[in-house]
Design a protein around this ligand. Structure first.
Ligand SMILES: *Cc1c(COP(=O)(O)O)cnc(C)c1O
Length: 387
């Protein structure tokens, strides 16, 4: 594995930046299930593709290199990566989890893992004392998302990592919203980073993939044992597409972030907009912490309109953004957390987290920012007109 250099250089030159056999400029897609064994008494490096596939391995090495971890693993989805991290723990164990996490993570914790006997306490991880107070003798890990989804609340990663170390817990984070371009939690003391690579990392809204990176080899071995046993692996075609997406992560996300910041400031000045959530705004709660631990506000802006009718009207009126679940694509995506990403969360829980019926989440894509702004303006006008 190459030694860390500038992140842009690492994106353009992943550890396997040329094929050792042919010099080919990208890793071949090893579309295989099994490998001939010349010596059946001593199996070779590759024996079965659930365990090891060279294309998947190239992606796993690439993400480990970007996050600065000992071991990367690629999964069939972000949820497979998230679930694998929780499968480290067993019946009777306890985890402290952010209360503003991705809806699917909330669902898997409160259904499957509850049945499995893993207990979770949800707290505002932006409040370190609340995290500390939730730790019990059974606690094994702290799991956070920052910025969180969809209200982009900020958690101090270094402080959580220090608390976890002090209490001998694993510190785990979902870094999907930032990607390793903008935030590298392992460098701040975290033990495991997970990603929905479906979003910014692959970046083109054309596949589902998940990644996990462990800081040390032993944690990596535990994750790998689950990956190999459960079998929720990423296939070689999607591993290859994810590798391709990674190469342009820098130019895509920086451009999207520039536009997001412009749109966040513009939205804050529109009369129909009650509130804007964007970590790049100086008055966003936790802005200073975010600036210390990440190199930008990212490309996701959430904003609240006064009523459900206005929010629905805006979604029906926009022409450029897809109105859809997901984020991180080259096209802007406007999501409605109440019925999409957070539909699995009971209405009461949603309301307590600021996920009102007027809340919209905009993942800013690569369109011209003036075109996006004009489109949002005409859709706001249309939404406000009596039907
Ligand atoms: C989308 C998403 C996930 C789930 O990833 P999938 O690839 O859809 O399984 C997990 N966490 C966050 C923050 C996400 O945005």
């Amino acid at each position: 594995m190459s030694t860390p250099r500038d992140i842009d250089t690492r994106l353009a030159h992943p550890p396997q930046d040329r094929d050792p056999r042919t010099g080919a400029s990208s890793c071949p897609i090893y579309q295989v299930s099994t490998y001939h064994q010349p010596d059946p008494e001593h199996l070779a490096r590759y024996d079965y593709a659930r365990s090891d596939n060279p294309t998947r391995e190239a992606l796993e090495e690439a993400v480990a290199n970007l996050e600065g971890g000992a071991r990367g693993l690629a999964f069939a989805s972000g949820m497979a990566a998230v679930s694998t991290a929780f499968m480290i723990f067993g019946t009777g164990d306890h985890v402290v989890v952010g209360n503003d996490i991705y809806g699917g993570t909330f669902r898997v914790l409160t259904t499957i893992f509850r049945r499995w006997g893993l207990n979770a306490t949800l707290v505002d991880t932006g409040d370190l004392e609340a995290v500390r107070a939730a730790i019990t003798p059974q606690t094994k890990a702290i799991y956070v998302e920052t910025p969180s989804n969809p209200t982009l609340r900020i958690t101090d990663l270094a402080a959580v990592a220090a608390l976890a170390r002090e209490r001998e817990l694993l510190a785990i984070t979902d870094n999907t919203f930032m990607s390793p371009l903008l935030q590298r939690p392992l460098e701040l003391g975290f033990d495991i980073v997970v990603h929905s690579a479906t979003k910014f990392i692959a970046g083109h809204s054309d596949l589902i993939a998940g990644l996990a990176v462990a800081r040390d080899a032993e944690t990596g071995r535990r994750l790998r044992q689950i990956q190999n046993s459960m079998g929720a692996i990423l296939g070689p075609q999607d591993a290859w597409l994810t590798l391709r997406g990674l190469k342009t992560l820098g130019v895509r996300l920086r451009q999207e972030q520039r536009s997001a910041e412009i749109l966040a400031r513009w939205l804050a000045g529109q009369p129909e907009v009650v509130r804007v959530y964007y970590p790049g705004l100086e008055d966003h709660p936790g802005h200073d912490i975010h600036r210390r631990q990440a190199s930008g506000g990212g490309a996701v802006v959430s904003f609240e309109l006064a009523t459900r009718e206005l929010a629905v009207g805006l979604m029906k009126g926009v022409r450029l953004p897809l109105v859809a679940v997901s984020l991180g694509g080259v096209e802007s995506i406007l999501s409605y957390p109440a019925t999409m990403s957070h539909a699995a969360m009971p209405a009461g829980e949603r309301a307590a987290r600021g996920i009102t019926d007027g809340l919209l989440r905009l993942s800013v894509g690569l369109e011209d920012v003036a075109d996006l702004q004009a489109d949002l303006r005409q859709a706001l006008d249309a939404a406000a007109r009596p039907q």
